[in-house]
Design a protein around this ligand. Structure first.
Ligand code: MG
Ligand code: MG
Length: 256
């Protein structure tokens, strides 16, 4: 299903996006060496409740995960890249942490992810991974123009990721958002320009480049949710929710 939102719904999406951005920034600021992933989950739950928003994750039970997710945020460390299930783990200096959060407020969903290094400074490889996903996200957003095609976005993202020397996995990518979290169109992290669905004002897309340092293959953790690089290499993930407007793309999940 593809939803085209009216102006009032896009305005609500702006509020949802601001909340998601504020929570992610707060989690980044609070996270220190020794912070437990379950603390991040609890802090996120508290902020979602205080805002009167709804988690998109707690009861989420798609075909690619084991039963309801049961937590409020995805916490993916080092070789974990997507759908990281919060568990009893105290973060260590130098861990590469990706946080992914989707909530619904006023009936409209926003979805965003950030990656950063806990504690001390990032290694060159950590910086390269994070930088590639951020630059790919910027390129994808720039390509999200009314009248353009989904393939324009995919091609822009893929060119940056491949140009940075990273393999690209096409199993999981961006997606439409609206009244629910995962909608059509799927936005692959590589593709050909000029192909696919035509971008129209009122369409909300979550764009989410992610990379693994030396493989395109994923393995599922024993927890039934967390996706890791097959080789154990480091990974990174960046995501924003973008509204297609008549004037071009508008990022809804930027911190205000
Ligand atoms: Mg997400
Ligand atoms: Mg997403």
């Amino acid at each position: 299903m593809i939803e085209i939102l009216n102006d009032a719904e896009v305005a609500r999406g702006r509020e949802t996006g601001a909340l998601v951005a504020r929570i992610l920034q707060t989690m980044k600021e609070r996270t220190q060496v020794g912070t437990n992933l379950l603390e991040i989950d609890a802090w996120t739950e508290a902020m979602i409740r205080e805002a009167g928003a709804e988690s998109c994750y707690v009861d989420y039970a798609p075909s690619f995960g084991r039963g309801p997710f049961g937590h409020y945020i995805c916490t993916s460390v080092d070789d974990a890249v997507l759908h990281g299930l919060p568990h009893d783990y105290a973060l260590r200096d130098g861990d590469l942490l990706s946080l992914d959060l989707a909530v619904s407020l006023g009936g409209v969903v926003a979805d965003s992810a950030i990656s950063f290094v806990v504690g001390g400074s990032a290694t060159p490889q950590q910086s390269a991974l994070i930088d590639a996903t951020q630059r790919a996200l910027d390129a994808g957003i720039a390509a999200a123009q009314p009248g353009g095609k989904v393939g324009d976005i995919s091609a822009a993202i893929g060119a940056v990721l491949r140009g940075a020397g990273f393999p690209v996995n096409l199993q999981f990518g961006g997606h439409g958002v609206g009244s629910t979290m995962h909608q059509d169109p799927h936005v692959s992290n590589d593709g050909r320009p000029g192909r696919g669905y035509t971008l129209r004002p009122g369409l909300l897309l979550a764009l989410e480049p992610w990379v693994m340092a030396d493989t395109a293959d994923l393995v599922t953790d024993a927890d039934g949710w967390t996706l890791r690089s097959r080789t154990g290499c480091l990974t990174a993930h960046s995501e924003h929710t973008v509204a297609i407007t008549a004037d071009g793309p508008e990022i809804l999940t930027l911190p205000r």
